[in-house]
Design a binder for this molecule. Sequence first.
Ligand code: ADP
Length: 263
Amino acid sequence: MGIRFDSVTVAYDGNVVLDSLDLTVEPGEVMALLGPSGSGKTTALRAVAGFVRPVSGRVLLGGRDVTDLPPYRRGIGMVVQSYALFPHMRVEENVAFGLRARKAPRTEIRQRVAEALEMTGMAGYARRHPRELSGGQQQRVAIARALAIRPDVLLLDEPLSALDAQLRSGMLTELARLHRELPDLSMLYVTHDQVEALTLADRIAVMDRARLQSCGTPRELYRAPADEFTASFVGNANLLPVTVGCGGVDFAGAGLKVGTGDA
Ligand code: ADP
């Protein structure tokens, strides 16, 4: 399901922290919101989730204005940096939480929990408690919990930033796989990390000081940045392109391949 920000402005105590954001995420697309700390990325995500109300503008999901809908009625899954699992609940209970809250039938809950744990490679951990899991495993459970409700839209707020470099790279691959396996699921992915955005996103929206600076595919932004800020932020010296083929761009510094076509 597509997401549309229609001139969305958010202010805290009169300070505008998101200024007239116009942005469309197509159905099934992964859009990264990339920008430095404090640029308004999380606020934009929270406006989609319904945790913050715009002072003006509208948020549309699948073409429907949801600006006045409460979070639980928006069909959204959300994953945040700090996992936010319930420590006293087993993995399977954590994953079932959203379904229980929606009063789903017991057999359906069981099936969907199993499916979500399978999808995130956590099928063998259903009876564990979060404290018995590594950070990476906890984040997988958090993703399973978000997927269990079969959301139309998945919101991810710096989901990898609490993980070490090796786990981060593994999880990036996992998220790319989920994107392939769930072609209808739109994702909005907040990050300040250029490599994550360039690796995972179909398109990147670059934010700075409450405003959208530019938006395009990784290749467009990298090859032809629209402005100086985008050039300095995306065209990072650590990310020198070494080969440019028809399918993707290899980044020397990161050793990662960008793009989804045939290389
Ligand atoms: P980012 O995700 O890009 O780091 P945020 O959207 O979290 O940026 O924050 C944008 C600005 O809004 C920051 O200056 C931040 O201090 C401010 N802000 C965020 N949440 C609140 C809040 N609940 N109350 C007041 N100011 C806030």
